[in-house]
Each structure stands twice: as C-alpha cells, then as structure tokens.
Design a protein around this ligand. Structure first.
Ligand code: B12
Ligand code: SF4
Ligand code: SF4
Length: 359
C-alpha cells in the first residue's frame, strides 16, 4: 500500500515537472510488448524503412532493437512520454499556392533544433524524477528525443498522449498532431496512464490527400514513397517516378497533418525557439537553389534542415522548380545543370526538361 502511494506520488511529481518545464502533455506507459510493436518487424521486412539502416539495428541474438525495449533496456519498467506543441501561427502548406515558392515543414523552420529544445526540458523532468525517487544507486533513467531505439509513438499512445492516427502520427484531441515527443525510460514502476482511444473514425482525409500514396493503408506508411523521407533522409538521386509527386517540397512534408480535422483548431505556441527563421515559411525556390556553402552554414546553423545537407537541399530545389510549371526557372536550371555536384546537375536537367516539355 505504501509503495503504491509512493509510486503514484512520483507519477504526479513527474507530470508537474513536465508542465513546469514547458511540456503541454506528459504521461506514463508501462513497458510491455504491445500488439502495435508486432507491426515493426513486418514493416522492416517489407522494406518500408527505405535506406534508413539505423532502423534495422539488431542485438547479438539478431532481434530488431526497436521492436522491444526488453532487448535494449531490460531494466526499464516505465516510459515517461512528454509532448510539446510546435505549431506556430502560420498558414498550412495546403493554403499556399505560389509557384515560385517551396515548403519547409513546420517542424523544421524553427530557430532551435527540436532535439535540443526537447532534450533540455526532458533533463529537467529526469532530474526531478531522480530527486523524487530518492536518488538510489539502483535507479536507472535514460532520455531520448527521436534517436532512441524505440517506436516512440506506440509508448505515446499507452501514456495517454494521443492515438496513432491513420497518417501514423500521434494526435491529441485538444492539441492536434503538431507535437514533438521526448521519452524518459526508468527502472521505476510508475503508475501508468490509460491509452488514448482512436478518434479517426471513418475519416480517410490524410490517405486521400497524400500526393505520393505513401500511406499504403490506414496506419501504414511506406518511407520509400514519403516526401518527408525523400527530401530529408534519402541520399543521392531521387527515383524519377517519385519526383513529380513531390510538388514544391523542399524539406519534409506536412500534408497528411494539414488536412487532418483534428488540426483545424490546433493552438499555436508562442515559444521563441519554434518561431520560424526569416525566409523559411514558404521560401523562395531560387534563393535555396543558389545558396552558397557559406550562406547555407549561416542560415541553417543549429537547424534540423542541416540533415539534408546543402547538396540535398539544392537537389530538392531543382525538383521543386521542375514541378512549379514556371518557365522563368529555365535559366537558373540551365546553370545548375552544369553544377559540379553531379546529383544536383542531373536533377536540374530533369527539371528543365519537364518545364520545357510542358505546353
Ligand atoms: C523513422 C521516422 C520517420 C520516417 C518514417 C515515418 C513512419 N511513419 O514510420 C520518415 C522520415 C518518413 C518520418 C517522417 C515524419 N516524421 Co518522423 N520519425 C521517425 C522515427 C525516428 C521512427 C519512427 C518509426 O519507428 N517508424 C516505424 C513504424 C512502423 O512506426 P509507426 O509509423 O510509428 O507505426 C506504428 C503505429 O502506426 C502502429 N499502429 C498503430 N495502430 C495500428 C494499426 C494497424 C492496423 C497497423 C498495421 C499499425 C498500427 O504500428 C507501428 C508500430 O510498430 C520517430 C522517432 C522514434 N524514435 O520513434 C520520428 C517521429 C515519428 N517523427 C516525427 C515527425 C514530426 C515526423 C514528420 C511530421 C516530419 C515532417 N513534417 O516531415 C513526418 C511525418 C510523416 C508521417 N506521416 O509519419 C515525430 C512524430 C510526432 C507525432 N506527433 O507523431 C517523431 C515521434 C519524432 C519526435 N520525437 O517527435 N519520420
Ligand atoms: S508526410 Fe507527405 S508524403 Fe509522407 S505520408 Fe504524409 S502526406 Fe504523404
Ligand atoms: S486525417 Fe482523418 S484519418 Fe487521418 S489522422 Fe486525421 S482524423 Fe485520422
């Protein structure tokens, strides 16, 4: 009885700490082999992770690390999941139509990289948890934002943060899906929350709106077809058959969230770190295509956009210009077609041919 009281007190303390640290939501999931995690090995086996080799990491016995926390953190008993709203008061990608401009996804235009913004806050919660538990030597904790060996969204569901939508994102009834997740694994057995019920109902808007058919079925995404994967994670050449569907996306994609009814009234944050850097909301394509190495370094220092590297961003800009229907880009594409970066040059030739072949 005494132990239960202590455990629920710590859970309350952790949630209070999360709120004070700036998280809108926090909950606790028990460590279990949830049925959703059975999907993960199937997803990997079907090649849905594309070239993201880190998703396929295995332990010595050959088990996929991300499929079960028992593999990578056998000591973990609970997962504290925290969520922070990154939505800002700017239009959705589905509301802007200017052919000369592209799209950098909402999460990536921020002043600070979310990995740091979330981890900083998570550390505060972790230290309050450790204090609350009495800092015994046996207590183990570990914080992850994005890069940990677990499927964060499954734990987010069981921590009551929100449900796994048909677009695979975590959706909260009050806040929508513009949420970053951060998790703290702990050896403490904390009082768990209830999983959030699925509120997608008969809606299929996200699946219908995806321009590349990456949502191959409800709750299932094929990375190879996802614009987010193609613009951020895919290195080298983008398969020709995928290029037209990518529209004017420069980095990431928001469409399956923009069309979601639960994001219609999503509140906006006023946190300065998530406000956009100058020029990144609906950015000019020519500016990004012609960006020098020095300007790229300056503009994207401490930004998630660095992940695509300058080469990837210019490659994406070439595709976007090819999809713009705007022949005024032909001269800049002709210049890029001779670029010393062979990938950029090939994509620029493709884009120029596409514009010139249009009536
Ligand atoms: C790899 C990865 C990607 C890949 C693959 C995405 C994907 N859907 O798997 C790519 C590069 C495409 C990507 C894109 C994006 N990502 Co990402 N990504 C990750 C990462 C690192 C791993 C995700 C993963 O494990 N995927 C494996 C698949 C199998 O898992 P899943 O899609 O979540 O599917 C589960 C559920 O759908 C579940 N399920 C539930 N019910 C049902 C029912 C049925 C019938 C079935 C079959 C399955 C099922 O089964 C799966 C679990 O096995 C996580 C961080 C992390 N460590 O978890 C961030 C993460 C998921 N990404 C995030 C974000 C913000 C994005 C983008 C919005 C960025 C952008 N604007 O471009 C897009 C969203 C695209 C989308 N619709 O998912 C956030 C999501 C926050 C949220 N609110 O959900 C995370 C959690 C990072 C973070 N810490 O905040 N991402
Ligand atoms: S992020 Fe874009 S491409 Fe990927 S599933 Fe959603 S709508 Fe489709
Ligand atoms: S658009 Fe509809 S189906 Fe897709 S995640 Fe939102 S509510 Fe669910």
């Amino acid at each position: 009885m005494r132990r239960m009281a202590q455990v629920s007190q710590i859970a309350a303390l952790v949630k209070q700490a999360a709120q004070e640290a700036g998280f809108e939501l926090a909950g606790i999931a028990p460590v279990r082999d949830f049925s959703e995690l059975d999907q993960f090995p199937k997803w990997i086996a079907a090649g849905r992770a594309g070239e993201m080799k880190y998703m396929e990491a295995r332990d010595e016995a050959g088990h996929l690390k991300r499929a079960s926390l028992r593999t990578v953190a056998p000591w973990a008993r609970s997962v504290v999941v925290c969520a922070i709203n990154y939505n800002t008061a700017h239009p959705y990608s589905t509301q802007v139509q200017d052919g000369e401009r592209g799209w950098i996804s909402r999460y990536a235009w921020s002043r600070e990289d979310y990995h740091e913004a979330v981890m900083r806050r998570l550390r505060i919660v972790e230290s309050r948890l450790r204090q609350g538990a009495g800092e015994t030597r046996a207590l183990q904790t570990c914080c992850y934002v994005d890069t940990g060996p677990l499927v964060e969204r499954v734990y987010a569901k069981y921590a009551g943060i929100g449900w796994n939508g048909k677009n695979t994102c975590i959706l909260n009834q009050k806040l929508g899906s513009w949420l970053f997740l951060g998790v703290i694994l702990t050896s403490l057995e904390l009082e768990p929350d209830f999983p959030a019920p699925d509120r997608c109902g008969t809606c299929t808007r996200c699946i219908d709106a995806c321009p590349t058919d990456a949502l191959i079925a409800p709750y299932q995404l094929d990375s190879n077809k996802c614009i987010s994967y193609l613009t951020i994670e895919k290195r080298g050449a983008i398969p020709q058959e995928m290029r037209a569907g990518m529209g004017r996306h420069m980095f990431g994609c928001d469409i399956c969230q923009d069309v979601c009814p639960w994001n219609r009234k999503a509140p906006a944050t006023t946190l300065p770190e998530f406000q956009p850097r100058e020029g990144l909301v609906n950015p000019a394509l020519e500016w990004l295509a012609e960006m020098s190495a020095e300007e790229f370094r300056e503009k994207f220092r401490g930004s998630p956009v660095r992940r695509a590297k300058r080469s990837g961003l210019r490659r994406n800009a070439a595709i976007a210009m090819g999809n713009s229907g705007d022949r005024r880009f032909v001269p800049v594409l002709t210049k890029l077609a001779e670029d010393e970066d062979a990938v950029v040059a090939e994509h620029a030739r493709w884009a120029r041919d596409r514009l010139e072949s249009e009536k």
